[in-house]
Each structure stands twice: as structure tokens, then as C-alpha cells.
Design a protein around this ligand. Structure first.
Ligand SMILES: *Cc1c(COP(=O)(O)O)cnc(C)c1O
Length: 393
């Protein structure tokens, strides 16, 4: 294992991969830095974000929710209106374009909940790239409809039944594939995690969320918000929603982790609230672990937040105090899912409902002059069956 010095946020991040993979990471970094500066690349990216994904999406004043809660004004950043229903498409299009510019013809990805697999399969269909998605066998059964969606889009889904057949094994399998096939293959990572340069790449492509939100709030209110709230799984929608506000010290950055059945039950996926620093999946971050420092099984009502680690920059923003990281239980998220559905007619993803739940806690403690922006990372259609099964059984 080799430890590169670049790509650190404080003590977090880095690249803990074998030397042959480090070479691949270095190539990706070099091309990413070039693409970022390349007007042609940026023109192409903007074109697809606008004409294909449907950006910019609105920053919507949730007047009914604001009245109901009685306090700070609540604005919703409507990532759920993007094509495929979440923020994930921003990153999938961006990385697929990098792959194209590198001359790669084949994309691999791993997915747990299936949402990133669908976004990746979508981008591959769009750009005519071969697509292989690794999934733990257990997850392919839980997410059978998402597997079918990926197949409709032309992707090949490989179910991994080594070990526990979970996301960890799927990631290991994807890394093996990359080490063997990097000549024609690009690994498309779905959250602000993994070895350097991935957390920086994902932040770059998700920053469009706060770039738009900042312009939109200045136009609507003539001032910055008091806080920006986003749910935190790996941390990509949150870092994208925070990015352009990090230097505005008056804006609180609030990340909401899944407390599952409660932080003290051990059944959660809240590394920043109840974890310790460690190395997992090729980078250093806060992670959910037991007293001996072993990885611990995680739980959340929301499959998209059910991840043992968290992005390195969030780990750093927590330590530096710039970011505030709170948690919300399964039940609170479910209540917020109904709250937003019934007051605004917007069914949020269960992930996003975590951010809504915390907004509902703090808005009433704030004054009507204050402003909250809540990132609605995705729409809840994908969760309707799960909630149906939970409530009708
Ligand atoms: C995947 C997903 C998340 C969690 O991922 P982050 O990288 O933390 O953003 C949140 N919301 C939705 C709708 C998702 O699909």
C-alpha cells in the first residue's frame, strides 16, 4: 500500500491503493485537471447538464412548509427534478465525459442501493459506452427493480457472492477489474469518497448545486442563507450543496446523518456522529467501527445513506468546526417524508427526508427573517414500495 501526500483534507483522504492502481489514479487526476480548465469540455458538460439533465433546477420557496413550521423561511433546492430523479446524474455525466476524453470505451461502477448504478447506466447509454455494474448479490435481490432498470439501459449487472455479498465485496471486485482493464476502462465512483482524486472530482461535478443555489437565493432574497442543510451518505450531495458557501462564514453548513434506530443502539450509519477515523475503501475518513477498530455493520431506513464511511472533506469540516453534523432517526425521516409530501406535494427520497427532518427541528427556533436552504437530493418514487411494505404489512 502506498500513501500519496496529495489529496488530503487535514488528515483525511489520500490514496491507499496498491502501486499499479496508484498509476491509474495519477492518470485520472492529470486528465481531470486538464478537463477542468478546458473550455470545450466545460461547454459539453454544460450542454448535457442543461439539455439532458434539466438544469438549472429551481430553488423553490416552500411557503406552506414555512407557515406550518413557523420560523425561518425554507427554500428547497430541487435536485429531485433532475433526469433520473436525483443529484447523482450530475456526477455520472461529468465522469463519463472524462472517460470519453481519456479515450475509454468501458465504464465500471459499483452500487449498493442501485441509484448510482442507474445514473451510471444512463450516462453510458447517452455516450455509447459499455457499462458493467458490480453489486453485492444481497443488494441485487433487495433492489431487483433497479437491476432491471440498469439492464433496460443496456448495462450488464454482475452480482458478487463472495464474502457477505455486500457493497464491500462489490468495491473490491470493481478495483480488481480496474487493475486488469484500465487500458480501456474507467471506474465511475458515485459519491465523494474513494482514493484521491475521486473526492475532488465528485465535489467538482456536484458543486453546480451550490453554484445555482447561491445565484438563486441572491436573486430571490438579496442575501445569503443562514444555513444550508443536506443529508450525508458518502457526502456528495452535501459537499455539492456546501461548496460555494464554504468561504461564506455566516452560512452554517449542516450535514444530516442517518441515526437509524438511534446512535446508542449501534444500528445506524453515522460515522461523523458516532464513528472514529480509520482507513476504508482506499482513503482515510471517519468510519463506523467497534471498540477494537473493526468495521461495524450499518443500518438506515434509507439504502442510499447506508455507508460505513464518509467523504474526507466532511471529516475535515467536522474537525475544523466549519461543518455541523447532526443525525436524524429512521422514524424522524419517515415523518418528514410525509410532512413534505403533504404540505408541498413533493415526495422526497428517504435520504433527502433526513435533511427535511432536521430543517423541521430547527426552523421553529429561528426568526422569520432567517433563511434555510434544504437540498432535496432526490425524489421518493423509488421508496414508495418500501414504505408500502413497511406500513401495510
Ligand atoms: C445516493 C443518494 C444519497 C446519498 O449519497 P451522497 O453521496 O451522500 O449524496 C442521497 N440522496 C439521494 C436521493 C441518493 O440517491
Amino acid at each position: 500500500m502506498e500513501k500519496a501526500q496529495k489529496g488530503y483534507f487535514g488528515e483525511y483522504g489520500g490514496s491507499y491503493v496498491p502501486p499499479e492502481l496508484q498509476k491509474v489514479m495519477d492518470q485520472i487526476e492529470e486528465l481531470f485537471e486538464k478537463c477542468k480548465q478546458d473550455p470545450e469540455f466545460n461547454k459539453e458538460l454544460d450542454y448535457y447538464l442543461e439539455q439532458y439533465a434539466g438544469r438549472p433546477n429551481p430553488l423553490y420557496f416552500a411557503e406552506k412548509l414555512t407557515k406550518k413550521l413557523g420560523g425561518a423561511k425554507i427554500y428547497l433546492k430541487r435536485e429531485e427534478l433532475n433526469h433520473t430523479g436525483s443529484h447523482k446524474i450530475n456526477n455520472a455525466i461529468g465522469q463519463a465525459l472524462i472517460a470519453k476524453h481519456m479515450g475509454k470505451t468501458r465504464i465500471i461502477a459499483e452500487t449498493g442501493a442501485g441509484q448510482h448504478g442507474v445514473a451510471t447506466a444512463t450516462a453510458c447509454a447517452l455516450f455509447g459506452l459499455d457499462c458493467v455494474i458490480y453489486m453485492g448479490e444481497h443488494d441485487t435481490k433487495r433492489q431487483a427493480l433497479n437491476v432491471f432498470r440498469m439492464e433496460i439501459l443496456g448495462a450488464e449487472v454482475k452480482a458478487i457472492n463472495n464474502g457477505e455479498g455486500s457493497m464491500k465485496e462489490a468495491i473490491d471486485e470493481a478495483l480488481l477489474d480496474l487493475a486488469e482493464n484500465y487500458d480501456n476502462t474507467f471506474y465511475l465512483i458515485g459519491s465523494a469518497v474513494g482514493p484521491h482524486p475521486y473526492p475532488s472530482i465528485v465535489k467538482h461535478f456536484q458543486s453546480v448545486i451550490s453554484k445555482e443555489a447561491k445565484e438563486q437565493i441572491l436573486k430571490a432574497e438579496g442575501r445569503l442563507p443562514d444555513a444550508v442543510l443536506a443529508c450525508v451518505g458518502g457526502g456528495s450531495n452535501a459537499i455539492g450543496a456546501f461548496a460555494n458557501f464554504i468561504n461564506d462564514s455566516s452560512v452554517r453548513l449542516i450535514g444530516v446523518e442517518p441515526a437509524g434506530l438511534g446512535l446508542d443502539t449501534g444500528k445506524h450509519a453515522a460515522p461523523l456522529n458516532a464513528g472514529e477515523p480509520g482507513v476504508i475503501h482506499g482513503f482515510r475518513c471517519y468510519m463506523v467501527q467497534d471498540d477494537q477498530g473493526n468495521p461495524m455493520p450499518t443500518h438506515s431506513i434509507s439504502a442510499g445513506l447506508d455507508y460505513i464511511g464518509v467523504g474526507p472533506e466532511h471529516s475535515y469540516l467536522k474537525d475544523s468546526g466549519r461543518g455541523e453534523y447532526v443525525s436524524v432517526t429512521d422514524q424522524e425521516a419517515l415523518d418528514a417524508f410525509y410532512l413534505l409530501s403533504r404540505t408541498e406535494g413533493i415526495i422526497p427520497a428517504l435520504e433527502s427526508a433526513h435533511a427535511v427532518a432536521h430543517a423541521a427541528k430547527i426552523a421553529p427556533t429561528m426568526s422569520p427573517e432567517q433563511i434555510l436552504i434544504v437540498n432535496v437530493s432526490g425524489r421518493g418514487d423509488k421508496d414508495v414500495q418500501q414504505i408500502f411494505d413497511m406500513t401495510r404489512k
